[in-house]
Ligand binder design. Sequence first.
Ligand code: AMP
Length: 257
Amino acid sequence: MPTMGALHAGHSALIRRAVQIAKARPVVVTIFVNRTQFNETEDFARYPRTLEADAEVCRAAGATAVFAPAEEVVYPRGMKINAPPLPPVATEPGLEDAFRPGHFAGVCQVVKRLFELVRPSTAVFGEKDWQQLQVVRAMVAQERLDIGVVSGPTIRDPDGLALSSRNVRLGPDDRRIARALYRSLQAAGERSDPTGAEAAMRATMRTADVGIEYAVVRDAETLGPPQGSRTCRALVAGRVGKVRLIDNAGWPMEGTG
Ligand code: AMP
């Protein structure tokens, strides 16, 4: 299970899921803050690093080992680490791909490299990062890697805010505003047409003072426009103070997504 550390209850739920799936096989949690997937140097520099506490979270959740490599192990000097060619789902939707240029190239590069180093039979990713999950699935298929990709649901605070390592950077006012992301997904779930759902999400986020980046209903797998009876996902991104937050849920809403 690849992570960037600063582990919270969302990560531990995912580790426990990995432990369940693995049965007697070892579960390795990687902790590596990957420079190549950040588009803002400041975001990379300020990313919380809490290795000792993280190791304890991993132990408590039943992980077998923590792999926290130094940068030189992941990207050895002189070794050319090619980012795999990006699948269309990583370049065409106009969502994370557009707002964080280069992000998915960095994600695919590090995930592929971590797969080389750890050689897992199964990899576990959270639905919190829905677009990343679809990108990794597509990359694994495209590269013909013999690795099963398993996902776990988004874990939320009681007020609906999806747990994220970046939430610690939210002040008390920001924190109240940030709830609007989940409320917007709920509002979308009450509308049966994608256009109405998108308008409802934007209105909820705008009223709360979230700086909207996108609020859309898309095909859950291709992340393109909804097609016929295929499964859809509502996806939002916005800025609350200095912090960028993303969230998503099944659409029409099924439970807490
Ligand atoms: P991160 O290190 O936070 O980028 O994420 C490591 C893994 O944990 C990714 O697969 C994320 O999707 C997943 N994850 C992060 N936050 C949550 C959450 N609130 N609920 C479930 N999974 C999460």
